[in-house]
Design a protein. Structure first.
Length: 375
């Protein structure tokens, strides 16, 4: 894409952050883990806010008007590309771009669409179909040559009502947090703040950190609220069952690495010695949020083989993600660090560590024998 101004043409960091070429040379656009747009993630404000600032700059500094207009043109082009990239990333939405733009693509809508476009597709597709049907009815009325009678007037009225209902359905599906009471929204926001500060916690651990103003809030009620609506404020299920974590733009917030790894191992990991006597450690997850856990663990540990978006036999639409460790040094390092925290797989960890230690002892003995023979 050719930019009108030097603003984005020279900002290669920004361009590299939003798009990369795949093996075929096709640009693949990416967004943050929280669904935030390119502007929010890389410039710290929404495109709408940025445009407001630029327009204000034009008013205050008329001499810069032409340069600012060129930047505005770039921002509007990039915003259009962001909308198209968002829609094309969703399995059912690519051929509904114009309908989706009519239903609503403001900054909040796009963020929710990136986060929930697949999981809430039933309601979103219904909204698109309702809008489409109303649009077809209005087009037919436009082609009606005679003077409208009562039937045509009723059809027009029903089509307009359907469009209003479609927009309402669209917003409701995207922003389910709006259904909650003020108290429930406050609870979600407070939970988000606590998880951001402290890292992974169980619902009981979270509930214990609430003040007395949240009377009647039990761990069970909190767990249900977070499970159903937590993603609205970037709270997802933790690697350890029964826990929750906070997602930020660049990954999951982890305060204590090894307890987190131990919980992941207990819940969805394995550790064993292969038939060839090689120690192996692995972590498995599914879905978009599971992918975030594997990516974050890979980033935090700094080693291992990360395998993303693998097809499963049960459901082709549900992708599996794996982080595997085959290096004896890596496996030993990780297992020694998780040993104080691991629970259900503690015996497996101890057995593999014993196997590694036995192998190291045999190597040392062999070296000693060679040394004594040479002497």
């Amino acid at each position: 894409m050719m930019w009108s101004s030097a603003f984005l043409e020279e900002d290669w960091v920004f361009k590299k952050a939003i798009a990369e070429e795949d093996k075929n040379g096709t640009l693949q656009y990416s967004f943050s883990n929280t669904g935030a747009g390119w502007f929010e993630t890389h410039l710290g404000c929404s495109s709408s806010d940025f445009l407001d600032r630029l327009n204000k700059m034009k008013e205050d500094h008329e001499v810069l008007k032409n340069d600012v207009d060129l930047i505005i043109a770039d921002i509007e082009s990039l915003k259009k590309l962001e909308v198209e990239a968002t829609v094309s990333s969703i399995s059912w939405a690519a051929d509904r771009l114009e309908v989706i733009k009519s239903l609503g693509v403001n900054d909040d809508d796009l963020k929710s669409l990136r986060k929930f476009g697949e999981s809430r597709k039933v309601g979103l597709i219904q909204a698109c179909n309702l809008w489409d049907g109303a649009d077809d009815a209005l087009k037919m009325l436009d082609e009606f040559k005679d003077v409208w009678g009562d039937e045509e007037k009723d059809a027009w009225s029903q089509a307009m009502e359907s469009k209003t209902a479609a927009k309402s359905m669209w917003k409701s599906a995207l922003h389910q947090i709006d259904r909650l009471t003020q108290k429930e929204r406050e609870t979600l926001m407070k939970s988000s703040q606590i998880l951001e500060q402290e890292g992974s916690l169980s619902s009981r651990g979270l509930q214990e950190r609430f003040s007395h103003s949240h009377k009647g809030l039990t761990p069970a009620k909190l767990s249900k609220l977070l499970s159903m609506y937590g993603e609205e404020v970037d709270i997802i299920a933790g690697a350890e069952r029964g826990t929750f974590v906070k997602m930020e733009d660049h990954g999951i917030i982890i305060k204590d690495l090894w307890p987190y790894v131990a919980g992941f191992l207990d819940a969805d990991g394995f550790v064993r010695v292969t038939e060839r006597g090689e120690p192996t450690l692995g972590f498995l997850s599914v879905g978009t949020r599971g992918k975030a856990h594997c990516e974050q663990l890979h980033k935090a540990i700094g080693s291992g083989s990360l395998q993303l978006n693998q097809k499963t036999n049960k459901d082709d639409s549900l992708k599996q993600h794996r982080l595997l460790f085959h290096s004896e040094e890596d496996v030993s390092h990780i297992l020694n660090n998780v040993l104080p925290f691991v629970k259900s797989k503690r015996e497996d960890v101890e057995e593999v560590l014993a196997h590694i230690e036995k192998g190291e002892t045999m190597k040392r003995d062999a070296v000693d024998e060679i040394g004594s023979g040479e002497a």
